[in-house]
Design a binder for this molecule. Sequence first.
Ligand SMILES: Cc1cc2nc3c(=O)[nH]c(=O)nc-3n(C[C@H](O)[C@H](O)[C@H](O)COP(=O)(O)OP(=O)(O)OC[C@H]3O[C@@H](n4cnc5c(N)ncnc54)[C@H](O)[C@@H]3O)c2cc1C
Ligand code: SF4
Length: 482
Amino acid sequence: MAERYDLIIVGTGFAGAFFLMRYLERAPADVRVLVLERGGHDDKRWQIDNRRTSNIAPEAVFRNSTPEKEWLTSPGFGGNSNCWWGGTTRMMPGDFELKSRYGVGHDWPMSYDDLEPHYTVVEEVMSISGPADSPHRRSKPYPQPPHRFSEPDALLKKHFPDGWFHAATSRARVATGTRGVCCASGICELCPVDAKFTVQNGLASLYKDPRVSLQLHCPVVGLETAAGLVSSVVYQQDGKDERADGDVVVLAASALFNPHLLLRSNIGHPLLGKRLHEQMSIDVCLDLGGVKSYNGSSTVSGNGYLFYEGEHRRNYPACMIETWNAPFAYGHPAFRLEKNRWTERLFLRFMFDEIPRDDNTVTVLADNPAMAEARFVGYSDYANRAWAEIPRMVEVLGKALPIERVVNTALGRTTAHIQGTVVMGKDPATSIVDGNLIHHQFRNLLVLGSSSFPTASPAYPSLTISALSLRAADHLMVAKSA
Ligand SMILES: Cc1cc2nc3c(=O)[nH]c(=O)nc-3n(C[C@H](O)[C@H](O)[C@H](O)COP(=O)(O)OP(=O)(O)OC[C@H]3O[C@@H](n4cnc5c(N)ncnc54)[C@H](O)[C@@H]3O)c2cc1C
Ligand code: SF4
């Protein structure tokens, strides 16, 4: 007979871990929680020895049918928190209201103010380093002081005091009990000094709670339904199918695997698996006259908000700029081959918001249903209008920087931010989950993570993923106690 649990969570990345954290804070001592994770516990020692973060190759779990567009996944305990780079900007208020403010895209079913308290908690847990003069309305300062600007950042800040800010990041400025200080080495997938937050170095204790049973190496293969609810989760253990019954079931398997599992379980919706998306990034490499780069104290040292909010969003996307501060430049020559001038080069990444297209999809791979298939045919016309704006934006930055020439402008292969595929909204006809990430039809099923994002803001997604998980757990616990 199948074991019964109050809660079953699939996945141990940001989405699953922050949900579990809030759930355990509020749940009684006798609840039983099962957490199922496809991968194993590849700890830091293993990761450094093997120079990768998971012993499961991405090709073993999904096929990318359009490989010119990269999607990255790192199955295992902690999910992609093991390989992320630690950028943690909040979304801006307008990102939640694209449709009602600017007449494009979709609104989110909540506002910035609804998420603000949750953002604050996530920043505390991750011990985020950020500026004192953030572009966001904040109820509390960042827990850690900012990283040191690079020289170009300092000039940009001087010229655009309200448009340029220290980067908000989980790459520690000050050592914590479990994390070292970031040293700007720029190999953040691995982070040998464990400076960035990960589930392994920040939230692993949750999984040792006596109420929680963590089962590693247990890929979930489907959900079963009965009487309008999800009744059981089917998973594999030691090559055999096992079943667990749950009162509440939470998918936190990412925007690649949440839709894959729902499709395999015949929990359909006309939009399921559609609207796979991420921000469009355009990388710009500039040569500067007499100003030296790579002297900030973390990999990305500044974020530019000069071209973010505003009426232009009716016509072309908002932009957040990253100043890259590590000699690693996505295929561009990072250094100038000129005597005494080799660091007079600046690499900027312009990240633009995206309105997802229905024809970018995640499906079940026809010849192997155990694998997901990602297909990306292109960015929207809206995002592509960003290209025409780049020369003007560079010209504006030239008011602060002595730009000698533009070395290169190129489309980024990926920002590694997989979003969409199980989108949220208020209307069950045009969305699959509601604002509390509860499935519109199966009300004991929650689908967490960036799969729910209706649009991609220029902000990094994981802080918002984590804040949404806290909000969803709060809502669940209030509903249970009512
Ligand atoms: C190189 C890189 C750099 C990045 N940098 C940043 C950054 O700077 N800032 C930022 O905000 N984001 C960044 N990201 C994105 C970030 O990693 C993701 O947004 C985030 O990890 C998503 O969290 P999640 O919990 O939803 O999913 P994941 O972290 O992907 O976790 C999903 C979990 O579910 C498990 N799972 C999947 N399918 C199954 C199944 N069938 N059965 C059981 N378990 C399953 C997986 O093994 C995994 O543990 C980066 C990503 C990469 C790859
Ligand atoms: S720059 Fe170095 S120390 Fe900082 S997060 Fe990246 S790898 Fe870790």
